[in-house]
Design a protein around this ligand. Structure first.
Ligand code: ADP
Length: 649
């Protein structure tokens, strides 16, 4: 292939622009990204070579070399990993294959600070080289190809890049950075070692740099300088971080390792590092991020746990190791039992994998429980004058669960439907807003502790927004009686709560489903009045039912309303109108169930209905308004407007 110039995919060009204009505040991360790519390339070679030993050619020792040339102002990161063919270089370095890239680009605001934050979450990988370089040359040959099937890729980081085939005897990849003038500090062995130590100590491969020694100048009176010796030395610890004893690992090293595997640039919220012994032996190092990644809601978003077998990297994103509702967890699992040639299919079936998955799930739940426990510390003495002791470790956890929940709470709820075995533990971890708290901080246990004497259910309502939930007519009687109602506004709530019928023996009851039964909370007089109203309203209800027979399943008198004339509810076993609406918006089929119209016998509008010449129009307006009040739209909005206007006129 002779030299040709190709354009970057539009998203790459956009990303590059951002990288060069927004990411300069933390320049040195480029080295972490490139070394991490080099290390991945070696992992991939090792994995492919399991079935094809010839790929090692005559260089079985996998390694990364970092070198620089002061005169040429270049810094080179070279690996002898899997390498790239010409086509792979075009594909991998010219496009972004990540799912959700478009969505991500759409979120950029043009505000440099905010965007830099977002790119950090997205992960810039190879392109981070352009933070310090105004030109990058990549030379590579894929393992298994001939020497004359090498490739050179060159770009100035603007709209396009050049590729051509070259002869390259060495397998693997060299990334040659032509450093910008403001990045000349990386032409210094001491600086490079320091950055490598900070970001790449945990890389299990040796990272080599050429030794330098001091040499006096030959000319009298001139200072000496460092000269290269031709000898290479390993400058990192070169042992996988998770294999080291906990006590030898500093907090900072754990954090840097997290950043390297997650491409996140923020520190994680917390982590757990354990060696699990027993029937299945493995090491787990699991992290909970502080911020949700931009593609958390992508349906095909992969899990974030890497699988190693006896320290050999097997695969990224091993979804069999973590349930989907914990897809935000990042980390490493290193098994001592699985075969090295394990495939994704095999993983699904393996008993060891199931044990690892269960163990890891429990570990994550314990981490969350621990954060939840220390989210707020009560420092007021109890009745016996005893105050909880809060040590520095506990103190450091304050507010972390709230932070976690606002990022990942909605994902966690998916677990109710996905992980029956841990449903009770999960239920305890859930937090909601309520009629007594705008903050999403009320747990089922908090709610239960505040329940009114005689209250037999945990009441909740689902709606699209907090405002809609708070102002819903269905809450009127609960407000009047001072009964707390949980306000649920995540899209997943409705679905997730299908799987949770009670909490610790107390049933959950939607205030928008079925007839209100406040049980002991209603006094005898109220019950009697309601029954009498229902009796007296019978003829009117029959007429309303007839007028609305295409829209409403039933019409009945309710005690749940105070100020509003009417509201819609669904039958006990029905799908809520909110969920049905969501399904329809998502283009899915929703069962065609009709809601029940409930009317407030005390409301003047309802009282006026009987005998009104506008009965038919009023009946329809009543229904459509009830629909509007819960965030829905009348089936025929124009007809609704016409009816209202006719009455107004
Ligand atoms: P990511 O590593 O997140 O996939 P990058 O932009 O860093 O994204 O790299 C894109 C792709 O380029 C990688 O997935 C890999 O296929 C290829 N690549 C990058 N660096 C190397 C390397 N040193 N050796 C082989 N392939 C590489």
């Amino acid at each position: 292939m002779s030299k040709q110039t190709l354009s970057f995919q539009a998203e790459v060009a956009q990303l590059l622009h951002l990288v060069t204009h927004s990411l300069y505040s933390n320049q040195e991360i480029f080295l972490r990204e490139l070394i991490s790519n080099a290390s991945d390339a070696c992992d991939k070679l090792r994995f492919e070579a399991l079935n094809n030993n010839a790929l090692y050619e005559d260089a079985p020792n996998l390694e990364v070399r970092v070198s620089f040339d002061k005169d040429a102002k270049t810094l080179t990161i070279q690996d002898n990993g899997i390498g790239m063919s010409a086509q792979e270089a075009i594909d991998h370095l010219g496009t972004i294959a990540k799912s959700g890239t478009k969505d991500f680009m759409g979120k950029l605001t043009g505000d440099q600070k905010a965007d830099a934050q977002l790119i950090g979450q997205f992960g810039v990988g190879f392109y981070s080289g352009f933070i310090v370089a105004d030109k990058i040359t990549v030379e590579s040959r894929r393992a298994g190809l001939q020497a004359d099937e090498g490739v050179r890729w060159v770009s100035g980081g603007a709209g396009d890049f050049e590729v051509e085939t070259i002869t390259r005897p060495a397998r693997g990849t060299s990334v040659i950075l032509h450093l910008r003038d403001d990045a000349s500090e990386y032409l210094n062995a001491w600086k490079l070692k320091q950055v490598i130590g900070k970001y790449s100590d945990h890389i299990s491969l040796p990272i080599l740099m050429e030794k330098e020694e001091w040499k006096e100048s030959e000319k009298e009176g001139e200072p000496g300088g460092m000269v290269k010796t031709g000898e290479w030395e390993t400058v990192n610890k070169a042992s996988a971080l998770w294999t080291r004893p906990k006590k030898d690992i500093t907090e900072e090293q754990y954090q840097e390792f997290y950043k390297a595997i997650s491409h996140d640039h923020e520190n994680p919220l917390t982590w757990a590092h354990n060696r699990v012994e027993g029937n299945t032996e493995y090491t787990q190092l699991l992290y909970i991020p502080a911020k949700a990644p931009f593609d958390l809601w992508n349906r095909d978003k992969k899990a974030g746990v890497k699988l190693y077998v006896k320290r050999v990297f097997i695969m990224d994103d091993a979804e069999a190791l973590m349930p989907s509702y914990l897809r935000f967890v990042k980390g490493v699992i290193d098994s001592s039992d699985l075969p090295l040639n394990v495939s994704r299919e095999l993983l699904q079936e393996s008993r060891d994998v199931r044990a690892i998955r269960e163990g890891s799930t429990k570990r994550v739940l314990s981490m969350l429980e621990d954060l939840a426990k220390h989210d707020k510390h009560d420092t007021t003495p109890n009745a016996d004058g005893v105050t909880d002791v809060v040590d520095a470790d506990d103190k450091a956890k304050e507010g972390k669960y709230t932070a976690f929940y606002s990022e990942f709470g909605a994902v966690l709820k998916e677990g109710l439907g996905e992980d029956f075995g841990n449903r009770e533990r999960l239920a305890k971890l859930l937090r909601f807003a309520s009629t007594s708290s705008d903050a999403v901080s009320v747990s089922f246990a908090d709610y239960k502790a505040r329940m009114k004497e005689g209250q037999e259910a945990i009441y909740y309502i689902t709606a699209d927004t907090l405002a809609a939930a708070k102002n819903s007519p269905q809450l009127e009687v609960f407000k009047k009686k001072g009964i707390e109602v949980l306000l649920m506004t995540d899209r997943v709530d409705e679905w997730a709560l299908n799987y949770l019928h009670d909490f610790d023996g107390t049933p959950l009851q939607s205030v928008a489903k079925g007839a209100v039964d406040l049980g002991k909370l209603q006094d005898e007089a109220e019950k009697k009045a309601a029954e009498e109203a229902a009796e007296a309203f019978k003829p009117l209800l029959a007429k309303l039912k007839e007028a609305l027979k295409d829209k409403a399943e039933d019409v009945r008198v309710t005690t749940r309303l105070v100020d509003s004339p009417a509201c819609l509810v669904v039958q006990d076993d029905g799908m809520s109108t909110q969920l049905a609406r969501m399904l329809k918006q998502a283009g899915q089929k929703a069962p065609e169930t009709k809601p029940v119209l409930e009317v407030n016998a005390e409301h003047p509008l309802v009282k006026k209905l009987d005998g009104s010449v506008h009965f038919h129009d009023l009946a329809h307006i009543l229904f459509d308004q009830a629909l509007l009040a819960e965030g829905g739209l009348p089936e025929d909005p124009a007809a609704y407007v016409k009816r209202v206007n006719a009455l107004l006129a």
